[in-house]
Design a protein around this ligand. Sequence first.
Ligand code: C2E
Ligand code: MG
Ligand code: MG
Ligand code: MG
Length: 282
Amino acid sequence: AAKESGKNGIQRYSAELHKQSFERRALEADLKNALHNHEFEMFYQAKLDSQSVEIIGMEALIRWHHPNLGLVEPVDFISIAEDTGLIIPIGKWVIETACRQNMQWLKNGNRLLPIAVNLSPKQFNDERLLDDILKILSETQMPAEYLVVEITERVVVEDAVNANKVLRALKELGVGLAIDDLGVGYSSFSSLEIFPVDSVKIDRSFIHGLPENQSNSAITEAIINMADRLGLNVIAEGVETIEQLEFLRKYQCPQLQGFYFNKPMPADEFEKYLNNSKQSLA
Ligand code: C2E
Ligand code: MG
Ligand code: MG
Ligand code: MG
């Protein structure tokens, strides 16, 4: 029986793989038209001060409204966009939309807050990136200090010489730099020493196990301490429970992000959320 289920398992696995590559090609074809057809939308998730629970910024996260499939999550299309090069125009649209939205919230009477965008490796290493960012900042009139770019260590590993050049240029402009998903993947931590980074985001896989899982707890605590000694800001991502919140407060993680506070939401909903939190603080 074990043998049989094993065989079924393999059959199921290869059927799944076939389905996956088939779906991937179909998605790839649709992705080519998505920007032109206005199928993308940015969602926004707050970053909060761990002590005051005041909103101190937000992360812009892309969503794809596929005409037949409905909402497609970034895990299902960002890597396709990356492999096909479509990430360049899509990524530019992301930065532009996030900056324009942020200035709109300001015009609507909100305090200007730093807005973070995710940059994928190909986008980060594209020679047009700096010019595009400069153009977007000047067109939207958003001060560079209110833009944060989140990159994973993978970006840095792929082309360290270029990454260093781009990061320094961004730093000079005043753009904030955050290392995303810290602790997973390459995780050499050398990027923190070499590059002009402002913040690190502890990957949510570590936050998930708090406080019971001992290695998750130890790693989280170590990252918080290390960042503190290096003079870096730390953000814990994926905070879902009060127990996780209490742990992170106890170890003085300065900033938090996660479903415990809010999920990523469309711009108009996020604006209401900003307005409500203003009232509750007043
Ligand atoms: P990320 O940059 O690490 O973003 C955080 C992800 O964690 C988001 O998933 C967010 O919805 C999710 N999240 C936040 N709080 C919680 C929580 O409490 N629990 C759980 N389980 N998840 C939480 P999302 O929006 O699906 O994005 C996934 C990844 O896709 C992002 O990870 C980022 O790497 C990439 N991505 C998203 N938007 C963009 C974009 O505009 N451009 C690029 N290049 N990549 C993007
Ligand atoms: Mg991110
Ligand atoms: Mg992350
Ligand atoms: Mg991630």
